[in-house]
Design a protein around this ligand. Structure first.
Ligand code: UT7
Length: 357
């Protein structure tokens, strides 16, 4: 029985349409200056009418499968983390399973922005106990469908996208080394969609009151996030027998640049060890970390042996963190992708040398 679970494939997809801060200025009373200084966001991607959580997921998943060198039929498990599924039921994972030609169990996981790391920790259990060889873990959101474009306090923050990884059984030490998941449901109203569930079914009145859209008490969530990001990351590191100093790259949830900076400061991390791409995507909730991971790989910041720390927080409230020691040979796996995206540098010379060690 293999006890290690390694990321062997990765992929991302974001819709083509971009909404800049200037576009937001035309919709609500806001400014590029406010959005940039309070959040770090410059633009976000928005799904086309024919795009859904499952179509975004499938695009990201196909890339991840290709990089892992496997097909849908090789998968033993599919988990889709999302709060913006195609339907209340069936799950988006069911749709993804069918499209990929997989013949395995598939389910959606709901822990809001923490959903991808929750899902990674679940997939890890299936692999560590020997029941699954390859698991597909997807984080996806089409938040543009559930965001209230008359509420400037929320609509400027969120974006659409998907990221996916293949987690595979391995005898080689590394992969997911430690994690933590947490929940505090005392204040569901801090970040929620109040209507549409069994507590408050949709009526003409609730829809008129726009209660079928995201509502958030931003500053309360902000305070929680700055508290929990550092402690959750430290807990996952401790579970892996490590400290923040051992991290080569910190890939935090991309919700607010100020929150990322506060967490990095608490963990005493220099900026070169912190990955940030919130400026390009806004907050894509469950998709944020796998998208950031893909871009970090693309930028040559991930290499075999590197210790990656990932941490997220979100509605619930929830939080989760994971430590992964990278094992996939990026230098070779990236070649086909590099060819497709000519000119993109995927690894510095020093990192390539580190691969040889
Ligand atoms: O993944 C988890 C999801 N959520 C989050 O991570 C959100 C966490 N919270 C945050 O990131 C921040 O709280 C926000 C970016 C949402 C807000 O920043 P803030 O510094 O906490 O601002 P605030 O909510 O205290 O609002 C300050 C002011 C208010 O005006 P007054 O009452 O001081 O006159 C707001 O009405 O900014 C105003 N405001 C805006 N002004 C221009 C709120 N949204 C906007 C806007 N443009 N888009």
């Amino acid at each position: 029985m293999s006890q290690y679970s390694a990321i062997t494939g990765w992929g991302m997809y974001v819709p083509e349409k971009v909404m800049t801060n200037a576009d937001m200025e035309r919709i609500v009373e806001t400014s590029d200056e406010w959005i940039t200084s309070r959040t770090g966001i410059k633009q976000r991607h928005v799904a086309a009418p024919n795009e859904t959580a499952s179509t975004l997921s499938i695009a990201a998943a196909r890339q991840a499968l290709e990089r892992a060198g496997i097909e849908g039929k090789d998968l033993g498990l599919i988990i889709v983390a999302t709060v913006s599924a195609d339907y209340p039921f069936p799950s988006t994972a069911n749709l993804v399973q069918h499209a990929l030609g997989a013949q395995c169990g598939a389910f959606d996981m709901q822990a809001a922005c923490s959903g991808f790391l929750y899902s990674l920790s679940i997939a890890h259990q299936f692999i560590a106990n020997g029941s699954v060889k390859h698991a597909l873990v997807i984080g996806v959101e089409v938040l543009s469908r559930v965001v209230d474009y008359t509420d400037r306090a929320t609509c400027v923050l969120f974006g659409d996208g998907a990221g996916a990884v293949v987690l595979s059984a391995s005898d080689q030490p590394g992969g997911l080394l430690g994690f933590t998941i947490g929940s505090d449901g005392a204040r569901p109203d801090l970040l929620w969609i109040p209507t549409g569930g069994s507590a408050e079914p949709a009526t003409e009145q609730t829809i008129r009151d726009r209660r079928n859209f995201v509502q958030m008490q931003g500053s309360e969530v902000f305070k929680f996030a700055t508290r929990v990001m550092g402690t959750a990351m430290e807990e996952a590191l401790a579970n892996a027998g490590m400290t923040a100093d051992d991290m080569d790259l910190f890939i935090p949830h991309q919700a607010n640049l100020r929150i990322i900076e506060a967490a990095s400061k608490r963990l005493n991390l220099p900026s070169e060890k912190v990955f940030v791409n919130i400026q390009d995507y806004g907050n894509t909730s469950a998709a944020a970390i796998p998208i950031a991971l893909c871009e970090a790989i693309d930028q040559g910041r991930v290499y075999p042996g590197a210790h990656l720390g990932m941490v997220a927080f979100g509605a619930g409230l929830t939080w989760a963190a994971a430590v992964v020691q990278w094992t996939a040979p990026i230098a070779t796996q990236e070649n086909s992708y590099k060819a497709a995206k000519a000119g993109v540098k995927t690894g510095t010379h020093a990192e390539q040398e580190k691969v040889q060690v």
